[in-house]
Design a protein around this ligand. Structure first.
Ligand code: SAH
Length: 365
């Protein structure tokens, strides 16, 4: 099979500069300006590569909207607030959140929506989705472009799409994992020539004491630090929902998904999605270091129950045919269920708040 255009580009870079860190490979695969996976496609939904919670049921985005509205009230109902979404995909969550926010008209009137989206294709999709929503909307490439002021931030399946570094433990230290070319001319994993100096000292004891050969993944803390700093200094909160582990742990979680099935991460660069689990402990420590209060992580199922998913489902079902009502039950089971297709336990919700905010819906009962 001919290499994908991105594979040709990656091979050129390796030929010039040698093997590249896994993080750089993953970043190129997802967000290379021309050939990155997200840059020119809509990967969501039944016809796409994967389905996310807001695409499973409108209730997910509605509850996110109600969460945002009650956070705004807990903030003392500021006259101006930025409602920020990181990586909005098709814009479905925001559409459903805005409909739900109609129950608090003063919140709708106070907010400007800021959408953080790097993909031109998905930006266009979001504009189309949200064109009937009568609130000011602005798009940015990154969170630090959002103007100063109180902000409520939502992120579903965003952090898992941020590239990870990988390192492998050897007898004399941790070696960064790289992508190079093997003897047969294929893209292949390898490790750097030298261990990373002092890397041990950045690790939690559980990871530091892992057996030889263990693999550890991490992301830069930049975004969590920036979120934490913003929220502490200017007020607001963030709700982050994603799949991952509650404590930093060893193990490879980077995976490729295409057409609803697993694929080889090195197989079709730019043509399949690459993700890795979110390390909620690392996320939490970084945000807390900037002074925010952290809540959770809670299982997605528990968070949605506390936010009233059952009540909302009952209300929706009372207005539709029995067939449609069954679809709603299936969707709720998918969002809250366990097991292979359930998203209720694998996905977690964590929130960060300005410590001045007292009660937080969904987290404090
Ligand atoms: N939240 C949506 C989509 C999740 S997929 C949902 O739940 O359906 C990840 C989203 O983040 C996509 O919209 C993708 O284009 C965007 N994205 C990925 N990496 C990004 C980056 N570095 N900066 C900004 N947006 C990014």
């Amino acid at each position: 099979m001919a290499p994908t255009p991105l594979e040709a580009e990656i091979r050129r870079r390796i030929a010039l500069a040698g093997p590249m860190p896994v993080r750089q490979y993953m970043a190129l695969c997802l967000t290379h300006p021309e050939h990155g996976y997200y840059m020119n496609r809509d990967p969501f939904g039944r016809a796409g590569d994967f389905v996310t919670s807001p695409e499973v049921s409108q209730i997910f985005g509605e509850l996110a909207g109600l969460w945002a509205a009650s956070v705004w009230q807990a903030m003392g109902a500021p006259e101006n607030v930025r409602l920020v979404e990181l990586g909005p995909g098709r814009g479905t969550l925001m559409l459903d959140a805005m409909r739900a926010a109609n129950v608090v008209p003063a919140f709708r009137a106070a907010l400007v929506v800021h959408l953080i989206e790097i993909s031109p294709a998905l930006r266009a999709r979001q504009e189309e989705m949200l064109k009937g929503i009568d609130v000011p909307k602005l798009w940015h490439d990154s969170f630090d472009e959002v103007p100063d002021g109180p902000a409520i931030v939502l992120a579903n399946e965003f952090f898992d799409a941020l590239p990870v570094y990988q390192a492998v433990k050897q007898i004399n230290g941790w070696y960064e994992r790289m992508v190079g070319i093997d003897e047969r001319g294929n893209l292949a994993f390898s490790i750097a020539d030298e261990p990373m100096p002092l890397f041990d000292q950045l690790l939690t004891p559980a990871v530091r004491n892992a057996p030889l050969g263990s693999l550890f993944e991490w992301r830069t803390d930049n975004l969590a630090l920036e979120l934490g700093r913003r929220i502490t200094r200017q007020g607001g909160a963030a709700l982050i929902v994603d799949y991952g582990h509650i404590e930093s742990a060893i193990g490879e979680t980077m995976q490729a998904v295409g057409r609803h099935g697993f694929a080889d991460p090195l197989g079709m660069p730019g043509q399949v999605d690459l993700t890795a689990h979110v390390d909620f402990q690392a996320l939490r420590l970084a945000a807390e270091s900037m002074g925010v209060r952290a809540h959770g992580p809670l299982d997605q199922a528990e968070f949605l129950r506390r936010m009233g998913i059952e009540r909302r489902a009952t209300a929706l079902k009372s207005a539709v045919t029995p067939d449609k009502a069954k679809d709603i039950d299936v969707a709720v089971a998918r969002l809250t269920g366990e097991g292979r297709t359930g998203m209720g336990k694998l996905f977690k919700a964590i929130a960060f708040t300005d410590p001045k905010i007292a009660g937080l819906p969904g987290f404090i009962r």
